[in-house]
Design a protein around this ligand. Structure first.
Ligand code: PRX
Length: 667
């Protein structure tokens, strides 16, 4: 096992873990890896043999074109085959594998009082009933269903129900604003929205139904009324003794009735109560879409990343099996939210494809106390634990004592995802949480790549990264530059929803023949890849990708703002945070009121994750003579780095002095 290089040490897994592992050592891994590249047809065929195919493939395991100069970019996996994702992750286990009574999820609510256990048999029956409810609402193969739900079991039932009937789910993180939800519903043209009345995150109530109503109203105002039905779950934490939903508004601490449109809205419990438990799966083409998931785009408009059935199934299954070395008796826990790709791949589909038992956690790491994660690990005897560096950094602040109060001896492997892990956080995770006995697996990937690509700084099966310089030339040996891939793997995205041109322009135009990740990487002398961070206008806040353009667009909606530029600044817990430079119109005065209004605006337009940490008055922005904002300089000002290098391209170098003198340190 390798660790962040500054540590300069090698750590080896304990012998018993190594002995029982699917791949016991690096040389066996290399043999398999080489085979996956040299004979992909045989390699992926073997993986496909694990699953049920209603019709076998007529085409090869993988076909593709990555070169825009030679025609449309495409990837196809197992053309001609017919299958069903839901059947493969549920029925196959229940009917063929006898896993009906095996626990699929231990659900743990925001409040420790709320928890339940869901077996594979129950998951199948709930998913089928939900599939029938959706069918009853008129949802057919290919229709889109937007899901705006917290981390409750119904979220998984609904995803699997869509997969069962061939509907395409579009899960929208339940922390997004009504504006963001509306944008995603409109882009996908969903016919059904599935939501809940509300949810507590920590001790904060989020009125999901109210936000959903606002989103649908916004869509209507913009001329789009695609959603005809809204399926609403009564959250357990909001049920009163009488069974009615109760929403407590800050302004009026009273029980308020859930907003309701009787033509459109349907309570989940009522719809499910008489819905049949049998639902014949829709047999889909291997390349039919499975889901859309929106990710930030550098132009500000989110990109609807489309993933397809067969490729996703193979890749999510295989990555989960090997990267977490999944064993039959494991209890696995990924703390991500299903609203992000990590949750899709490593809470829903990957673990289920492997017949695993997972924890499904609704809450936050510090509620009701800072030992919540460790308490859950002890209670459920979690063996594999996957979280984000931002969570580790947050929990580190409370010291070792809250961790040591609990028995974490069940843990075998730890994972991290979403952003680079700094050596200090790695060390704490390894020593304090893993008690210096659990390997820490760092996994690099993206919404677009679907499942993880590089783990432990080495590529996964079938994945061939390389590094290009500014001129698009491959650089050999030790090198730093653009991280790109020359070939697809089964789980790579196929397109951006209804926008193949943007797909090609974003990922394949810059260097024809390669998928361009947007990340930089360094390859060391041993061939390991070290991600150096984004090299486009994207930011990674607490492991969530945001585009500077979308935040700038929100800021400039304020009537007093004439221009805004957003850059990243390192943050102790979040990794990166937003530092905004704002130029006001002549009449405007930059004061606390404007700053508060701007923060509120960004929260409303995008969601709380995008709340800026710093907003600075910028009487003018540093621009080139052709009017391009020089973000490099803004980044340096935000970080208070005085050595700015060459400023000769600036139209007015004095701007820089003014900006330094007005730096914002107020969080
Ligand atoms: O910049 C990389 C960073 O997160 C980006 C992908 O974000 P998203 O599509 O939201 O998916 C997050 C979950 C996989 C990447 O382009 N990133 C992700 N994992 C790592 C990382 N950067 C460094 N190390 C990682 N392990």
């Amino acid at each position: 096992m390798v660790v962040p290089e500054s540590q300069g040490k090698m750590y080896h897994p304990p012998p018993d873990l190594q002995r029982d592992a699917h791949v016991p050592d690096f040389s066996s891994y290399l043999t398999m890896y080489k085979r996956s590249l040299e004979n992909p047809e045989a390699f992926w065929k073997e993986v496909a043999d694990e699953f049920f195919w209603k019709k076998p493939a007529t085409g090869p395991m993988l076909q593709y074109n990555f070169d825009v100069t030679k025609g449309n970019v495409f990837v196809k996996c197992m053309e001609g085959a017919k299958t069903n994702m839901c059947y493969n992750v549920l029925d196959r286990h229940v009917r063929e594998g006898n896993l009906g009574d095996k626990v699929a999820y231990y659900w743990v609510g925001n409040s420790p009082e709320h928890h339940s256990t869901i077996t594979y048999g129950q998951l199948l029956s709930h998913s089928c009933r939900c599939a029938n409810v959706l069918k009853e609402m008129g949802v057919k193969k290919g229709d889109r269903v937007s899901i705006y739900l917290p981390m409750i079991p119904e979220l998984v039932y609904t995803m699997l129900a869509c997969a069962r009937i061939g509907a395409v789910h579009s899960v929208v993180f339940a922390g997004f604003s009504s504006e963001s939800l509306c944008e995603r519903i409109m882009d996908a043209q969903s016919s059904v929205l599935v939501t809940a009345d509300g949810v507590y995150r920590g001790d904060k109530l989020i009125n999901l139904k109210q936000i959903s109503d606002e989103a649908l109203e916004k869509c209507r105002e913009k001329g789009s009324s695609s959603v005809t039905k809204c399926l609403v779950i009564k959250h357990q934490a909001l049920k009163t003794k009488t069974g009615a939903s109760c929403l407590y508004f800050e302004s009026a601490p009273l029980c308020v009735q859930t907003p309701w449109d009787s033509e459109r809205d349907v309570w989940w419990d009522e719809a499910m109560s008489d819905s049949p438990e049998e639902c014949e799966p829709e047999w889909l083409d291997a390349e039919d879409p499975l889901f859309i998931l929106y990710t930030s785009g550098s132009t500000g408009k989110p990109k609807g990343v489309v993933h397809t059935v067969a490729g996703y199934l193979l890749y999510t299954f295989l990555t989960f099996k090997y990267v977490f070395d999944h064993q039959r008796h494991d209890v696995y826990w990924c703390t991500a939210d299903i609203g992000w790709i990590t949750g899709h791949s490593y809470i829903t589909y990957g673990p289920l494809a492997n017949g695993a038992t997972s924890v499904l956690f609704e809450g936050v790491p510090v509620h009701p106390h800072v030992g919540r994660f460790w308490e859950i690990i002890e209670k459920y005897k979690v063996t594999k634990f996957y979280t984000a560096p931002t969570a580790i950094r947050l929990l580190m602040k409370f010291g070792q004592e809250p961790v040591q109060k609990y028995d974490l001896s069940s843990l075998r492997i730890l994972g991290t995802v979403g952003e680079p892990i700094n050596p200090e956080a790695w060390q704490w995770y390894y020593e304090v949480v893993g008690q210096s006995r659990c390997p820490v697996v760092d996994t690099f990937w993206q919404t677009e790549t679907f499942c993880l690509l590089i783990f432990q700084t080495f590529p996964f099966f079938g994945v061939e990264p390389t590094i290009l310089n500014e001129h698009g030339e491959e650089v050999e040996g030790e090198a730093e530059g653009y991280l790109v891939f020359r070939k697809p793997w089964p789980g790579i995205m196929r397109t951006l929803y209804e926008n193949h041109e943007r797909f090609e322009n974003t990922y394949f135009k810059k260097f024809p023949g390669f998928y361009v990740t947007g990340d930089g990487s360094r390859r060391d002398k041993d061939g390991y890849f070290w991600i150096t961070g984004r090299i486009d206008d994207m930011l990674n806040v607490s492991g969530h990708l945001l585009s500077t353009a979308e935040v700038e667009a929100a800021l400039t909606l304020h009537p007093a703002v004439s221009e805004a530029a957003v850059v990243s600044r390192p943050h102790r817990v979040k990794g990166e945070c937003l530092y905004c430079f704002v130029t006001l119109k002549d009449s405007g005065e930059f004061d606390k009121k404007v700053v508060d209004e701007l923060k509120r605006l960004v929260r409303e337009k995008i969601g709380p994750i995008a709340t800026p940490d710093f907003i600075q008055n910028a009487p003018a922005l540093p621009k080139t003579r052709s009017g391009k904002i020089m973000r490099r300089i803004l980044r340096q000002i935000a970080r208070n780095e005085k050595d700015l290098g060459d400023l000769s391209t600036l139209a007015d170098p004095k701007v820089v002095e003014v900006l330094f003198s007005q730096r914002s340190e107020a969080a």
